[in-house]
Design a protein around this ligand. Sequence first.
Ligand code: FES
Length: 199
Amino acid sequence: MSSTDNTAEVSDTPDEGRRDFIHLLASGTAAAAVVGIAIPVVHQMNPAADVRALATKEVSLAGVEIGQAIKVMWQGKPVFIRRLTDAEIARAEALSGQLKDDASRNDNVPDMPADAAGRLVGPDGQAQDFVMVLGVCTHLGCVPLGTEPGENKGDYGGWFCPCHGSHYDPFGRIIKGPAPENLAVPPLQFVTETTVRLG
Ligand code: FES
């Protein structure tokens, strides 16, 4: 090997080392950047306890007698809770041949028809006589009447949306008017005989 070659060999080695160093430095910086990005993303995928708490709500039903109704707010939306009388249940059962929407709209018991089994809820082993629905009309999102004492319950004794005249029955099913779907049943679970958790 000539001295020129030797010079070239000697001068190449530090360059390669320097390139390796730069390469490693760049890789390390990139890795740090990735970690710096990944941590916030992972953090965002673990919602804080207060956010999770807002997603659910426990409601006491201890004071809701048969024939009474209450309205609560959950995730910024009204939820209508009504405990039906035997007459209201019988009246709704008799309307099952007039439904505009056959789906239960109840994610707690998916793929059920919109009958009593698909719409009514209650604690395990107790009467399933509560109807709990989002108070959001499925036409354009108005809040139907019929929960507060003295409010118009519509032609079928459930809820009435005066915005464009949608009538829901005591199971919260659309019978007449422009609304296309039954009132949705929110995700819920009885955690005691008198407490229901929404969400
Ligand atoms: S929003 Fe209820 S009928 Fe139109």
